[in-house]
Design a protein around this ligand. Structure first.
Ligand SMILES: [Zn+2]
Ligand SMILES: [Zn+2]
Length: 236
């Protein structure tokens, strides 16, 4: 956090007291999450997730063809993380996105292959939607990762065609069709290693389609980093 950013956060706190985005506890102005949620909501991906597909090991979906090479997430999409991501999406609190990005960054620092990445590519949102919300939540996560790893954020690799509908409002078949709306931004990505960043990994369809486009533009490796991964049943 630079000094300018700190001053803004401090002043905002006088008007809108800072709250933990996961449990809504009041927080000091310079903290992103309460200590309890920092410990309870986040995990190390190596211990619980399949490194190839990014799903909980008991729900590995590697049998489905995926275009990205490896994936990681630092929380399950439930309770606290769900709250945090809902606030991030409705533009009222970005703390969860930034903090999840920092946790992803700390994990990426320990992965020599991921650290060779040339850029962090936020999954884009359409211009209209971005204007409405004021920011792209995937970009908040990418910036959090970048603050730790110093890998640059690249917004010039992918675009999302205006008017495509939000994935979570659609059924499975519509989702597969809707995901086609991502497009290359016209850059030559020959030989680059890229890390796609998004908020939630559900079926992997979005990350996979984006990875397919990046590879068609020449990217050599595409990793997928998500704040949260969805599971159907945590045990068994
Ligand atoms: Zn909390
Ligand atoms: Zn898997």
């Amino acid at each position: 956090m630079n000094r300018f950013h700190s001053s803004i956060r401090f002043c905002l706190d006088l008007i809108y007291p800072n709250r933990c985005p996961c449990c809504e506890e009041f927080l000091p102005w310079n903290e992103y999450l309460c200590r309890k949620c920092r410990e309870k909501v986040f995990f190390c991906p190596d211990e619980v997730l399949c490194r190839r597909c990014g799903k909980i090991k008991s729900e590995c979906m590697c049998a489905v063809p995926l275009e990205y090479d490896e994936a990681a997430a630092v929380s399950y999409y439930d309770n606290g993380a769900r709250n945090g991501l809902l606030l991030l999406k409705d533009a009222s609190n970005r703390n969860f996105g930034w903090y999840a990005g920092v946790r992803l960054g700390e994990w990426i620092l320990r992965q020599p292959d991921w650290m060779k990445a040339d850029g962090l590519v936020p999954v884009p949102m359409s211009t209209g939607k971005k204007l409405l919300r004021g920011y792209n939540q995937a970009e908040v996560i990418a910036k959090g990762i970048s603050s730790v790893t110093k890998i640059p954020v690249r917004k010039d690799c992918l675009i999302k065609k205006h008017g495509s509908r939000e994935q979570h409002t659609l059924g499975l078949r519509e989702r597969a069709m809707n995901v086609e709306k991502f497009q290359p931004a016209g850059r030559d990505l020959e030989g680059l290693r890229l890390i796609l960043c998004d908020d939630i990994l559900t079926t992997g369809a979005t990350m996979s389609r984006c990875a397919e486009i990046l590879k068609a533009c020449g990217a050599e490796m595409v990793y997928a980093a998500a704040a949260a991964t969805v599971y159907r049943k945590k045990e068994g």
